[in-house]
Design a protein around this ligand. Structure first.
Ligand code: F6P
Length: 342
């Protein structure tokens, strides 16, 4: 049996660890040969491949990025996309395709499996943790770790200079990274896209923190927006199909806080350091187990499924589950953190 592997969408730490586990178990236990498709869906669409065997994945467990490359190519928007993928899978004698991706990549895999009978098995990844059907996505834990360490460091310099320090973290349309790192790092304000924020309330929290003789740390997700919509924030047009570029809210927020409270405020935008570099121990563990279970599913011909974390178990769920509404932060979780605000 030959199995194709691709990594699609925006990268995250742990992708290589999935590929390594897939190849190690597949080759050793099932005698599977692998084909690496490059740059996400562009690979099977254009028939571009790289050799993928045990030597190719050696040493990649702790390595960030993806040895297969990635892109946000959507084959369903390409003329003849499905036929070209089908032809290229046949040309390389690929009988199963393991697709490692976020919501866009998984939606495409789900449609290719359900509507066109292509043999897809999926693995959920994204630092945003917004894929439904799994307790956690690959890459999220590493991003939270990077953000938490940054918040820890910012506390001491904020105190020294009695400044407000705003930290803009990633997260896209959800506030998982902001909330988890904000709680772990002891932030005094956490702002997430699911709960449009009230500038008066933010300033009240900032002021009360100064009254307690401490300098505030404000964590804001890149997709967060003010409740009154007084500024045109949110997605800006990005490059490539379906790309929306966020970022900018942190800088705006610091300006507003400074103007309204008279306290000096600065912004740190963490950006892509949250996505780059070595995966955390948890993400290496999760990636490895996702990979082992994904290759089992491919070997058994259990297509149209996604591996998922439920508690501490890895289970298989219908890929269609990943295409449901995005997994956003439960308002009760956000409310729970409120005791630390201000
Ligand atoms: O979806 C992952 C993510 O890193 C989001 O958290 C962030 O908003 C977005 O991608 C940034 O995308 P880009 O790398 O295209 O700027």
């Amino acid at each position: 049996m030959r199995v194709g592997v691709l990594t699609g969408g925006r990268d995250c730490p742990g992708l290589n660890a999935v590929v390594r586990a897939v190849v190690r178990k597949g080759a050793q236990e099932y005698g599977i040969e692998f084909v690496g498709f490059v740059d996400g869906w562009r690979g099977p669409l254009e028939g571009e491949t790289v050799p993928l065997d045990i030597p190719a994945v050696r040493g990649t467990l702790p390595r960030g990025g993806t040895i297969l490359g990635s892109s946000r190519t959507d084959p369903l928007r390409q003329p003849d996309g499905v036929r070209r993928i089908r032809d290229n899978l046949a040309k390389h004698e690929v009988g199963a395709l393991i697709t490692i991706g976020g919501r866009d990549t998984l939606r495409t895999a789900a449609r290719l499996a359900a509507d066109h009978g292509l043999p897809c098995v999926a693995v959920p990844k994204t630092i945003d943790n917004d894929v439904p059907g799994t307790d956690c996505t690959l890459g999220f834990d590493t991003a939270v770790g990077v953000a938490t360490e940054a918040i820890d460091r910012l506390h001491t310099t904020a105190e020294s200079h009695k400044r407000v320090l705003v930290v803009e973290v990633m997260g896209g349309e959800t506030g998982w990274i902001a909330l988890r790192s904000g709680l772990a790092g002891g932030a005094n304000v956490v702002l997430i896209p699911e709960q449009p924020f009230d500038m008066d309330q933010v300033c009240a929290w900032v002021t009360s923190r100064f009254r307690a003789s401490y300098a505030p740390i404000v964590v804001v997700a890149d997709g967060a927006v003010p409740r009154d919509g007084s500024v045109a924030l949110g997605p800006r047009p990005g490059s490539g199909a379906g790309a929306a570029r966020l970022s900018g809210v942190g800088e705006w927020l610091a300006g507003e806080i400074e103007r309204r409270t008279g306290k000096e405020a600065r912004t740190t935008v963490l950006g892509h350091v949250q996505r780059g570099g070595s995966p955390s121990a948890f993400d290496r563990w999760l990636a490895t187990r996702f990979g082992l279970h994904a290759v089992d599913a491919a070997h058994e011909g259990d297509f149209g499924t996604m591996v998922a974390l439920r508690g501490t178990d890895i289970v298989r769920v219908p890929l269609a589950e990943a295409t449901g509404p995005l997994k956003s932060v439960d308002p009760r979780l956000y409310a729970e953190a409120g005791v630390f605000f201000g």
